[in-house]
Ligand binder design. Structure first.
Ligand code: SF4
Length: 444
């Protein structure tokens, strides 16, 4: 969380942290998004994975569909604000890591029993791999998923790593969405973040991806950067809008323990953005992007119609996910695991024992309630009353009383026939609201 208590930053980054720590990700090109659990209209024709001709064959699995996340733990260098697990790629045993990762991929997908509905290759910077390595990984993935029907296949990228060759490699393998870390279009702000790309790299990368056939592109942007103003934030939003991308993730900057940025703040070398200004930036994003046709469907995420991130929606709706690679996490069958966050140990464990988990836990009833609050309340639609009833056998309107009444009266939450959701004011203090609701059902 930033500075002194504003929650948009903590909450917004929380989803990135969650999506990595216990994580996976998201969405498509020309495909129609569907609700979790439904089959898309013949998506396999585009992705080319399934051998089935019946578009409803995905109903054959008795288990609900799952998301698949693959973590590539390499970057060119560490950005000052980042605490995701990644290491500089120079002199790293990339081939050994990819061999271990593909071994885990074959095993986990082959034994999980779920149909894989969305795929997300994140990191790190997956596109920092050599084109041949990326191609090999994508070929293995296509083989592993040949009987699945993924409707969305996203790869994370940094702008400076997208060449025409790499863009074609992704498109040819069926990648139909790219999520790119633009962060800002202002040179001094990129410098504060210690990014390795310049603002001009972003339009070039977007153009290369479009030429190759990947039309569905997300840009990550950050607000609350030291030195950033409302004007420069609006300018970054305008640059992104002008590029015609379909999806924007707008995260508040957070000062994570152990990062270079936090050390700089603690030494007084940088001055964090005032939290009042940060709140204004959050509101500006909602209003400005709405004017450009983007709907805020989650605290930090905005999409053009039909372009919501299906992969992340799987997390936010507490659907199962399989995680592959160093530091990746998965949650299937009421059990959550996390792999070791160390490349060398990951390779060694995969070779010696065939798995590389460092921890696991059973998701009991109390944890599930907590997670439904934590994840579903992030969505603009909010927590589904009917899903809560069917999963928990309890009425959330009763379970959350009297906290619910208090939060509604404070205009931090609102209740419809189908959902309990955060108001805009509630999104600014989302962590507090979630904690209050969680405490209301501690005895479950
Ligand atoms: S490129 Fe992304 S994952 Fe890599 S260090 Fe920078 S912020 Fe972290």
């Amino acid at each position: 969380m930033l500075g002194g208590g504003l929650v948009i930053s903590g909450a917004s980054i929380m989803d990135r942290r969650y999506l990595q720590a216990w994580r996976c990700q998201c969405h498509s090109g020309v495909l129609r998004p569907t609700e979790a659990g439904e089959c898309a209209a013949n998506p396999k024709a585009r992705l080319g994975y399934s051998r089935h001709s019946d578009p409803h064959m995905c109903a054959s699995s008795q288990l609900p569909p799952a998301a698949l996340y693959i973590h590539i733990p390499y970057c060119a260098a560490k950005c000052g604000y980042c605490d995701f697990y990644s290491v500089p790629i120079h002199n790293e045993p990339t081939n050994d890591m990819l061999a271990a990762l593909q071994k885990e991929l074959v095993h986990r997908v082959g034994t999980c029993g779920h149909r894989i509905r969305t795929v997300f290759i994140g990191g790190g910077t997956p596109t920092i791999l050599a084109t041949t390595q990326l191609g090999q990984l994508l070929t293995t993935l296509a083989e592993v998923l040949r009987d699945h029907e993924p409707i969305e296949f996203t790869v994370e990228a940094n702008p400076e790593t997208i060449t025409a060759e790499k863009a074609h490699c992704l498109a040819d393998a069926g990648v139909n969405r790219v999520s790119m870390g633009a962060q800002s279009f202002d040179a001094p702000e990129l410098e504060v973040l210690e990014r390795r790309h310049g603002a001009a790299d972003v339009p070039q990368a977007v153009a290369a991806l479009r030429r190759a056939g990947v039309g569905n592109i997300n840009l990550d942007l950050i607000f609350g950067i030291p030195g950033q103003t409302l004007e420069s934030w609006r300018s970054s939003l305008d640059h992104a809008i002008e590029l015609g991308v379909d999806h924007l993730s707008c995260y508040g900057l957070t000062y994570e323990p152990g990062t270079e940025l936090t050390a700089q703040r603690d030494r007084g070398l940088i001055t964090p953005c005032h939290e009042g200004v940060e709140a204004e930036m959050f509101s500006l994003a909602i209003d400005h992007l709405a004017g450009a046709g983007f709907e805020q469907y989650e605290i930090s995420n905005y999409a053009k119609p039909g372009r919501r991130c299906l992969h992340n929606l799987m997390y936010w709706r507490n659907e199962p996910y399989v995680g592959i690679g160093p530091s990746a996490a998965g949650c299937t069958g009421g059990r959550r695991y996390k792999n070791v966050a160390d490349v060398g140990t990951y390779i060694r464990l995969m070779r010696s024992s065939g798995h590389a988990e460092s921890e696991s836990e059973t998701i009991d009833r109390a944890k599930l309630v907590n997670e439904m609050i934590l994840m579903q309340l992030r969505l603009s639609e909010g927590l589904s009353i009917s899903v809560f009833r069917s999963r928990m056998g309890l009425d959330p309107l009763q379970v959350f009383e009297p906290a619910l009444t208090r939060l509604v009266e404070s205009r931090l939450l609102f209740v419809t026939e189908e959902h309990i959701a955060l108001t805009r004011s509630g999104m600014l203090v989302a962590n507090r609201v979630m904690t209050e609701l969680a405490c209301a059902c501690e005895s479950l």
